[in-house]
Design a protein around this ligand. Sequence first.
Ligand SMILES: Cc1cc2nc3c(=O)[nH]c(=O)nc-3n(C[C@H](O)[C@H](O)[C@H](O)COP(=O)(O)O)c2cc1C
Length: 165
Amino acid sequence: MKKLLIAYYTETNTTKEIAEAIGRIAAEKEWECDIKALSDISSVKAYDAVLVGAPVHAMRWVPEANAFVEKHRETLQKTPTAYYAVAYLLNCSRPFFQKLIRKSLDKACGIVTPVKTGMFDGRVESEFPAFPRWIFGVKPGTAPDLRDWEAVEKWTKALFDILDK
Ligand SMILES: Cc1cc2nc3c(=O)[nH]c(=O)nc-3n(C[C@H](O)[C@H](O)[C@H](O)COP(=O)(O)O)c2cc1C
């Protein structure tokens, strides 16, 4: 059985829950899957593929995720590697911010070229207050949890199409 590592960074479990959803699909695809926080991983050598998932902060993939890719660069370059970013403002903010978010994986892609990247809508703990909503252009009444589980599933199945080739 091939072995996948899903390495995640999270502050409020959103990215972790997406990792777990991906892990369930991995099991259906008959991949053994370890789901671990970046901070708990010392080596990525035991895996046939690695997926790194982390949220976007300040319109960038969190620095911890880029640092992880940099730290394990040598092994990841020899291992099929994929990235996903989770961002609340991905599709509900002004185009200016959406464009920045869509570039948030560029740095990691420059360190280790991935077989696939994904960008998923995220979640905030409570509805945005009026001022940041105005700054970012988020419409009143936008749900705090924008995760699209069907999009996650579709993306994950496409990832396994690549990994199983
Ligand atoms: C400090 C901080 C900064 C954030 N900055 C952004 C941002 O620039 N763009 C965005 O789309 N979402 C931003 N978010 C929202 C997160 O991307 C979103 O809530 C994500 O789903 C959180 O994932 P997590 O629960 O795994 O940490 C920010 C959240 C926090 C806590």
